[in-house]
Design a protein around this ligand. Structure first.
Ligand code: NAD
Ligand code: ZN
Length: 348
């Protein structure tokens, strides 16, 4: 084995990524070195690739990007206990301080000093990744490797979908991106009465139906009220999961919730997005912001829901070797994609 590796790097401000040779990281005390086997491309990676306004503000090149991955433990830093070489792992992508009020209360997802793998420090689109041992998550060999590659995004979907009790409830999911579509599958598996998914993209709505949505609505040309009627709903949606980041979608959701309904907000809204606040007040709605996933309760549920039969495989639409990463980002940019998997094995 050499001491350097391939990595997908944002070398300087501007669009695109470069497949570069970099020194392989060395695990310091308390750290674990992971040999990456598969990664998945997240919407965040696409923002960084395209160098949009958010990336220009938040990303400091040079940076190896990527935070959705599965691999195996390649080396343990000094003092690391409880893991074995070769063990299959993924990892929590938020590196938290461990001593702020939320961290100490077991709410690491709200850490005041969180650092994102592949956002604020070198990430997983590389042959090796180094992270603190406490972020490493052992993963059963029973799960398909390509699905484990996007456990990070599955965690966002899980945390949001399980925020409120959905048993017997009518659920509205706005946004049929990979996360919205996974949330639809989770709500179905967990006993929702109906799961109606909206988007403007027919390819993605078809994906939502394959993953278990009871109905879908292209809000560009169809009325959500018609789908509510088909589902024989009487008072409006009980639970809303906002997964589009569109102010229009959130406004529509607010207007169609029943009194006392509950909304979990994952989608990241544009600055200045406006809603009718009085919908929230007069309907007595509860809104909760969702960031990341619970550490590590969400990871536990992700494994056990798969064991209980949740099938995420219809979501994978593209697979490439890492040397063909440009094709993967093009698929993501086309809008006609679910999860795009990159294989990090040596042989092309
Ligand atoms: P995505 O961009 O792939 O999917 C969003 C979907 O919303 C797209 O398919 C788009 O066509 C659709 N959409 C746009 N306008 C709409 C409208 N008016 N009504 C219905 N749908 C509409 O995103 P994703 O990767 O699935 O992630 C979902 C959202 O969650 C994104 O906003 C992402 O930034 C956010 N996110 C937040 C966190 C967090 O920690 N809060 C973590 C991950 C992702
Ligand atoms: Zn903290």
């Amino acid at each position: 084995m050499g001491t350097d590796m391939y990595a997908l790097v944002k070398e300087q401000a501007g669009p695109g990524l470069k497949l570069a040779r970099k020194p392989r990281p060395e695990p310091g005390p308390g750290e674990v070195l992971i040999k990456i086997r598969k990664t998945a491309i997240c919407g965040t990676d696409l923002h960084i690739y395209n160098w949009d306004a958010w990336s220009q503000k938040n990303i400091k090149p040079p940076l190896t990007i990527g935070h959705e991955y599965v691999g195996e433990i390649a080396a343990l830093g000094a003092g690391v206990l409880g893991y074995t070489l070769g063990e299959r792992v993924s990892g929590e992508g938020h590196i938290v301080c461990g001593h702020c009020r939320n961290c100490r209360a077991g709410n690491g997802q709200w850490c005041k000093d969180t650092k994102g793998v592949g956002v604020n420090r070198d990430g997983a689109f590389a042959q090796y990744l180094c992270i603190p041992a406490c972020n490493v998550v052992p993963i059963s060999d029973a799960f398909d490797e390509d699905i484990v590659a996007f456990f990070d995004a599955y965690g966002n979907a899980t945390h949001t979908a399980l925020m409120y009790d959905v048993v017997g409830e009518d659920v509205l999911i706005t946004g049929a991106g990979p996360i919205g579509v996974m949330a639809a599958a989770i709500c179905r598996q967990n006993g929702a009465r109906s799961v109606i998914v909206t988007d403007l993209n027919d390819y993605r709505l078809a994906m939502a139906r394959r993953m278990g949505a009871t109905d879908t609505v292209n809000v560009g040309r169809e009325k959500l009220e018609d789908a509510m009627h088909r589902a024989k709903m009487v008072e409006g949606f009980d639970v809303g999961l906002e997964m589009s980041g569109s102010g229009a979608a959130l406004s529509q959701m607010l207007s169609l919730m029943r009194n006392g309904g509950k909304i979990a907000m994952l989608g990241i809204l544009a600055a200045g997005a406006q809603v009718d606040w009085n919908e929230i007040i007069f309907k007595g709605l509860t809104l909760t912001g969702i960031y990341g996933r619970r550490m590590f309760e969400t990871w536990y549920k992700m494994g056990t829901m798969l064991e209980a039969g949740l099938d995420l495989s219809p979501l994978i639409t593209h697979r490439y070797h890492f040397t063909e990463f440009e094709k993967g980002f093009a698929a993501m940019n086309s809008g006609e994609s679910g999860k795009v998997i990159l294989d990090w094995s040596e042989e092309a």
